[in-house]
Write a protein of this length. Structure first.
Length: 273
């Protein structure tokens, strides 16, 4: 079901939604029957789930829990989920630690101790429900307006004290950072981790994310770039280009650094904002 403002361009939608995303998500829920049914089923069964095994066997409840942690794609990976719920997440050898994935760590921290069921608290159930709803809302927006869901996720997840390591550990944060930093996400993803850290570290100015306003401006830059270049280039970039060593001053990044030899790109970005 489409949102009420889906016909608007991405940036105006973004500006409108960030004023109160929870309210927008709750309004959207009323238009999504499947989401309503998922939430109702989860709330009904939550208190009866006492062990990791019971959660794994309750597909409807598991769908909401994983969705709340941005792990919907892992719903079929029973072995992974089992380990995250039964290993000590603080152990250096645990899957939560070795994965380097912030969502997996957060899920493990919340669901690794079943001395008392994590779902026994009404406040926890409500928190999971709201997170699931928000993530589902953003996924819906992402489908309707590519980039919008990611921009909203970036805005509510990024923190003013986060580090490059924090960005690298979250696939959605990383994708936004890649685009704003001037990288093709497909080609960047083909590099190994150390190469990614080295490249992104040389381009990404974390000081620009040190304020709430800066984070919002960064998210809007991402949306503006997707409007300017809605599809990935079909010409493979060389490593020299990725490192910014091709001598060009008219790449995507120059739109926001002021290094472009042409004023037209800057004017287009200003118009988009």
């Amino acid at each position: 079901m489409s949102s009420s403002i889906s016909a608007m361009p991405a940036i105006p939608q973004y500006v409108s939604i960030i004023k109160d995303e929870d309210s927008s998500a709750n309004k959207w829920e009323k238009t999504s029957v499947s989401t309503q049914q998922a939430v109702a089923a989860f709330k009904q069964d939550a208190a009866t789930i006492k062990t990791p095994e019971q959660l794994l066997k309750n597909y409807k409840a598991l769908k909401v829990v994983l969705g709340a942690y941005g792990m919907s794609s892992a719903i079929g990976e029973t072995a992974v989920i089992q380990k995250l719920m039964t290993q000590d997440p603080t152990s250096s050898t645990s899957l939560a630690q070795t994965s380097g994935n912030s969502s997996w760590k957060a899920f493990a921290n919340a669901f690794s101790d079943w001395t008392t069921s994590p779902l026994s608290s009404p406040d926890t159930v409500q928190s999971i429900t709201q997170s699931y709803l928000t993530n589902s809302y953003e996924d819906s927006l992402q489908t309707e307006t590519p980039g919008l869901g990611d921009a909203l996720y970036f805005t509510r997840t990024a923190t003013t004290d986060m580090t490059l390591a924090n960005v690298m550990s979250d696939p959605k944060l990383l994708k936004v950072a890649e685009v704003v930093s001037g990288f093709d996400t497909t080609q960047f993803g083909a590099l190994d981790y150390d190469q990614q850290v080295r490249l992104l570290g040389s381009k990404l100015d974390m000081s620009k994310l040190s304020t709430t306003k800066g984070i919002q401006q960064f998210a809007q830059q991402y949306l503006a770039l997707l409007q300017i270049h809605p599809t990935a280039t079909t010409t493979p970039a060389s490593m020299l280009t990725l490192y910014g060593g091709d001598g060009s001053t008219t790449d995507i990044l120059s739109l926001f650094t002021g290094n472009s030899s042409s004023d037209s790109s800057s004017s287009l970005y200003s118009a988009l904002l």
